[in-house]
Design a binder for this molecule. Structure first.
Ligand code: ADP
Length: 630
């Protein structure tokens, strides 16, 4: 190759090389040498292989071979190693040289750098991929938006505030009851759709959004047909560089159904609260298993006089329970946890001002949705009822008291009347007698006579007393058949609230097949009531043992039946035993001391006996025995 040609080839903007059909390189130009850093010697034979990107080499050699075989035309791209190790893309073109017979004897090649173009292509590819991705994201977002709208039954809004661009979809228009395509997107038209009363709420919420960016408002809209619908809008306000709001995006949903349910709920809650208030009944909800979580109704807070801010705990409830009822309360709670059964309970509350309230608790066990034990219950303030019951009891016993005094008064009047005559006779006779004895000489016969009359009048007075007693006894002796078990049961039932108030537990041990007795049922019951009251009174100061009052009936020999009332009270001094039955003997404030005396005469009028005996343990047993029928 002459020098001139060689320098032209060297000046070509590409790597020029020639190869023989066996793939051996026998020429490289200057660019080749400079680019690859390989001399002709380095490049000949297979030396040039090292200038080809290893992964491209096998295919490149293969194509080279077929190029020779098929007439020497080669067109392709290959990465080539620069002297410093960097690979760049090259396009390769061949120019075959043939002999006279037309066979390819050598090929010259030109490789030119297409790296920049490749990069551009790649960027273009990346750009396309990028754009495709953005499109996909957009589509996905649109899809998500659709789903969100459907899930929330809400429509997205997007409002460019400054420009008043507010295009609505048909669905959005539907929220306002508008026909498709009829909303013009202006602020003013929108304002006209909103219920005038709710406009201030919207203004307030937009003001708020200017501070925080959050939009949250519920308002009514009036549809063209006049119907009213509730919409809830939630979204975000965006601001431009100068801090002016320029765009609002968010969701609007029709919440009419929810609103009416809420309204209904509010109404029924108000109704319930009112009902609870009127009946002084609070309700509670106690989740036993997990956290002892307790929820209270308004009224319950009021009954307990707790403020609503502090959470309700069992501990806090305990601070209000009357100290004497704490143990029973604890037992009820513990039992509820274990038995998981409905419970009912009476206890007292001791309020901060030392007043006492009576409450009645009824609770039902149920399983909540997690299968956990919970109680739902009602607490009624029964103080007023208790107070009126107490008042009633007091009135009843006052009445009994008055009745006794009246019968005593009647007795006294008749005693006075009946005894007065013989007494004045006695006084007159005694005076006459004194005068006769003082005479000079004394009129002894006259005095004897008047003394005899005095004795006669004395007897007459004693007779009057006897007759009065007989009268009293006769009055009580209305004869009917009485079942003592039944009569006693009735007295206990009548006294139930009195016993409960005094925390006395009545028990009975009744003889089965107790024979009937003859007598005045009411009077016998008066005796039993009297014994019951005395027993209950005797236990009022007892706190270290149960206040148990035991009623026993039994059959005695000689056709008598016996009723005993056994208490666990204070008892009495043995030497006081005789005095108990004397009239006007009482150790109680306000006691009259007539009960046992009257009782004894009633029992005696029934041909029976009434007596008292100290128990082996604490307390007394009062018993009477009367003849039975047959
Ligand atoms: P009062 O009811 O006015 O006390 P009672 O005749 O019923 O009159 O009783 C007279 C007294 O007998 C009582 O004040 C009390 O001291 C005593 N007493 C009666 N029953 C009992 C009893 N179960 N235990 C102890 N003392 C009793």
């Amino acid at each position: 190759m002459n020098n001139e040609l060689s320098s032209v080839i060297d000046a070509l903007p590409g790597l020029v090389w020639t190869a023989l059909p066996d793939g051996h390189v026998d020429f490289v130009n200057r660019q080749w040498r400079e680019y690859t850093g390989l001399s002709l010697e380095d490049s000949c034979q297979d030396g040039w292989h090292s200038a080809i990107y290893p992964e491209d080499l096998p295919q490149f050699l293969e194509r080279l071979r077929s190029c020779f075989a098929s007439g020497g035309v080669f067109e392709g791209e290959v990465r080539m190693r620069r002297f410093d190790g960097e690979f760049r893309w090259f396009a390769v073109r061949s120019n075959p040289m043939t002999d006279a017979s037309g066979a390819v004897v050598r090929c010259s090649f030109l490789n030119w750098d297409i790296e920049e173009r490749k990069r551009g292509e790649k960027l273009l590819d990346e750009d396309i991929i990028e754009r495709k991705r953005a499109l996909e994201t957009l589509q996905a977002n649109q899809h998500l938006l659709d789903l969100a709208q459907r899930a929330a039954r809400a429509m997205a809004f997007d409002w460019y505030i400054q420009r008043e661009i507010n295009t609505w979809s048909q669905e959005q228009e539907a929220l306002y009851g508008l026909a498709p395509g009829t909303f013009d997107g202006t602020y003013e038209s929108w304002r006209k759709l909103v219920h005038p009363n709710d406009w201030p709420a919207i203004v307030a919420s937009l003001k708020h959004a200017q501070q925080t960016g959050d939009i949250s408002v519920e308002y009514r809209v009036v549809w063209p047909d006049g119907s009213i619908h509730w919409l809830a809008a939630n979204g975000r306000m965006f601001f431009d560089d100068e801090g002016r709001p320029f765009r609002m995006v968010g969701f609007t949903a029709d919440v009419t159904r929810r609103k009416s349910v809420e309204e209904e709920l509010r109404r029924s809650t108000a109704f319930l609260t009112q009902a609870q208030h009127v009946s002084s009944t609070g309700s509670f909800w106690w989740r036993v298993s997990t956290t002892d979580e307790i929820t209270w109704s308004e009224e319950l807070y009021r009954i307990f006089e707790f403020d609503r801010a502090t959470p309700i705990t069992l501990e806090r409830i305990r601070t209000r329970i009357h100290p004497e009822d704490l143990e029973a309360f604890g037992t009820t709670v513990d039992l509820a946890r274990v038995t998981r059964e409905d419970f009912e309970h009476h206890h007292r509350l001791l309020m901060p001002n030392q007043s006492i309230k009576y409450v009645h608790v009824v609770a039902q066990a149920y399983r909540d949705q997690n299968e956990q034990l919970a109680y739902i219950g009602a607490v009624q303030d029964v103080t007023e009822r208790r107070v009126s019951e107490v008042a009633l009891d007091k009135a009843r016993s006052d009445l009994a008291h008055v009745a006794r005094i009246m019968s005593l008064g009647a007795l006294t009047a008749s005693i006075a009347h009946e005894v007065n005559q013989p007494l004045s006779g006695i006084i007159t006779n005694a005076n006459t007698c004194m005068r006769m004895l003082d005479a000079d000489p004394p009129n002894v016969d006259g005095a004897r006579e008047t003394a005899r009359r005095t004795i006669r009048d004395g007897h007459r007075a004693a007779d009057v007393i006897t007759r009065l007693r007989a009268l009293f006894s006769r009055k009580s002796a209305a004869a009917e058949l009485v079942d003592l078990n039944e009569a006693t049961r009735e007295v206990i039932a009548l006294s139930r609230s009195e016993l409960e108030r005094n925390r006395v537990i009545p028990r009975t041990e009744f003889a089965a097949d107790l024979p009937l007795v003859t007598g005045d049922r009411v009077q016998l019951q008066q005796v039993i009531l009297n014994l019951l009251r005395n027993g209950s009174d005797a236990m009022s100061s007892i706190n270290d043992r149960p206040r148990e009052l035991l009623f026993i009936t039994e059959v005695e020999e000689d056709d008598f039946v016996r009723l005993s009332v056994k208490d666990a009270g204070t008892g009495f001094e043995p030497q006081a035993a005789d005095r108990l039955f004397q009239p006007f003997n009482s150790t109680k404030d306000g006691g009259m001391g007539m009960g046992l005396s009257v009782s004894r005469s009633i029992i005696e009028s029934h041909r029976g006996r009434l007596w008292a005996a100290l128990n082996d343990g604490p307390g007394v047993t009062f018993s009477f025995s009367i003849p039975s029928v047959g």
